[in-house]
Design a protein around this ligand. Structure first.
Ligand code: GAR
Length: 208
């Protein structure tokens, strides 16, 4: 069974959805939650769900690479196969990217490459888009960049606030993120296959 770790900085609702999904499917085990925010709500969820968790502030390390070596070594100690970023609000540096080459996925609450960064939902609303969405992609050194595995549109309605739109987006995230992670580690959605799909059939429905 694949061993997954989740990295999160905030509320951890995607982490919780992932734990429930894989406990039911039994195709992967979420063995660890790591956070860069010792007060984050995701840590309370981990405790309630019985998932081992640890948190360290970047500023308590001499530099960012030492912090990242702590993350890498903790992941390797738990024999983690794949890393899932779920509201982890930091860039991954070379230490983590080299240790888990093409094995780190991220989710973002917009249709990338539009509105990368920490305030995607607010920025999409401010811009006046009528369709936003969810993107799941392989992580590289950029901010919310890297090859896209899955996108799903989410409508924006008149009168939406950041909270109402975030809630609509979150329900898509909770439904799709575990499924895409599972398809990826089972080799059902490879980057090569995705490119072939886009070449032949440019559609949002990629068959999950
Ligand atoms: C999610 O909406 C995720 O897409 C977003 O943070 C939220 C975390 O929610 N990530 C980013 O904005 C990455 N740039 P959660 O802590 O409840 O899972």
């Amino acid at each position: 069974m694949s061993k997954l770790a989740v990295l999160a900085s905030g509320s951890g609702s995607n982490f919780e959805a992932m734990v429930h999904y894989f406990r039911q499917q039994a195709t992967a085990d979420i063995v660890l939650l790591l956070s860069d925010q010792p007060q984050a709500q995701c840590l309370n969820r981990a405790e309630r769900l019985g998932v081992p968790a640890a948190a360290q502030r970047v500023r308590d390390f001499p530099d960012k690479d030492s912090y990242e070596r702590w993350i890498r070594d903790t992941l390797l100690d738990s024999a983690v196969d794949m890393v899932v970023l779920a509201g982890y609000m930091r860039l991954c540096g070379p230490t983590l990217l080299q240790a888990f080459d093409h094995r780190i996925l991220n989710i973002h609450p917009a249709l990338l490459p539009s509105f990368p960064g920490k305030h995607a939902v607010e920025q999409a609303l401010d811009y006046g888009v009528q369709v936003s969405g969810v993107t799941i992609h392989v992580v590289d050194e950029g901010m919310d960049t890297g090859p896209i595995l899955y996108q799903e549109p989410v409508p924006v309605f008149a009168g939406d606030t950041p909270e109402t739109l975030q809630k609509r987006i979150a329900s898509v995230e909770h439904r799709m993120y575990p499924r895409v992670v599972e398809a990826y580690f089972q080799g059902e959605v490879t980057l090569k296959a995705r490119r072939a799909i886009w070449k032949e059939e440019p559609t949002w429905d990629c068959g999950f």
